[in-house]
Design a protein around this ligand. Sequence first.
Ligand code: SF4
Ligand code: SF4
Length: 370
Amino acid sequence: MASQVYYFDFRVTTKDTNFKKFGRLLEAVNLKGIVQRKKKRPLIAIKLHFGEKGNTSFIRPIYVRQVVDRLWEYGGRPFITDANTVYVGTRAEAVSHLTTAIQNGFAFAVVNAPLVIADGLRGTAEVAVEIHQELFQSVYIGEAVVEAEALVSLAHFKLHELSGFGGAIKNVGMGCASRHGKLAQHSNIAPKINQKKCTGCGDCIAHCAQEAINLEAEKAVIDPAECVGCAECILTCPYGNIEIQWNESIPVFMKKMVEYTYGVLKDKPERAVFLNFVTQVSPACDCYGHNDMPIVGDLGVLASRDIVALDQASADLVNQSPGHPGSCLKDTAPGSDKFRDIYPQIDWEIQLDYAEKLGLGSRAYELVKI
Ligand code: SF4
Ligand code: SF4
């Protein structure tokens, strides 16, 4: 059965403004319905990517404020959240992550809700959620997301070098995973220590709770048999000598991401709302400290209770649109597959197919213009 995806474009007037349209979108998707009023303090996680330092294509904080204000009004206790990254950038632990978020405009004074890093100070505040699927028995999700009663995913829809595009499925599945969970999606083997650069200082040994790192000939060595892939050591090395082995095949990576999405949403049926901002559609992830020219114009904001239908509709809108001349697209014709144009080796439909197979939603949708 086709799921409804609500949508507004950016043709506005003085009477019908962007925020008025956005408000109607939130009503159409029944944002109010996720707030459990029977609970005294229903905690609502608003999952967002704050953008790496230097990136400018993430969602504008003033839109986030619109969502927050409504959730307060409905009796919810909203907080804005993301989990730490597994690579060492400006969002790998909570202090840098919160600093980056505030520098990118997500201060309390702007968004009217506290920021909470879902997997804690160093990414170890996680919950193992049992899912018993093809690739994972359990997935590791940031504690704050699991403990929240409801979830609002606000995703910036853009292209992605591993999944073709990054939309709601990626925002939820990868974004809510703890550092441990992110490493499990990207790699199936232990991190690797750069032996040439290792000084033998032993910091990583002291931090590995599994005692999986030993000093051999004054160099640290990871025992893969003992390593559980928690990713703590990557952050610990003061010289950045411990590297992720990005070895997971792309189809398996996408399926893992979908299984994580399943784990995040498992205890929140009927209490999750998904929005995609199809704006500044950059050719790569917001995890980079830059963003190349958008490949299409700003197409609008989409919302649905069906995460699969939402991502499918967003991808279709991008592909149906003419591409920007001067962008990195080779073929700018309306109807061309923009994702395969830039990432020809990636079958972006795998994530949608597998998500539909797991019962997360439907690829069939009805686009309802607000
Ligand atoms: S990933 Fe975790 S378990 Fe593995 S070596 Fe590093 S700290 Fe130890
Ligand atoms: S913390 Fe880094 S430099 Fe020190 S022993 Fe571990 S890998 Fe080597």
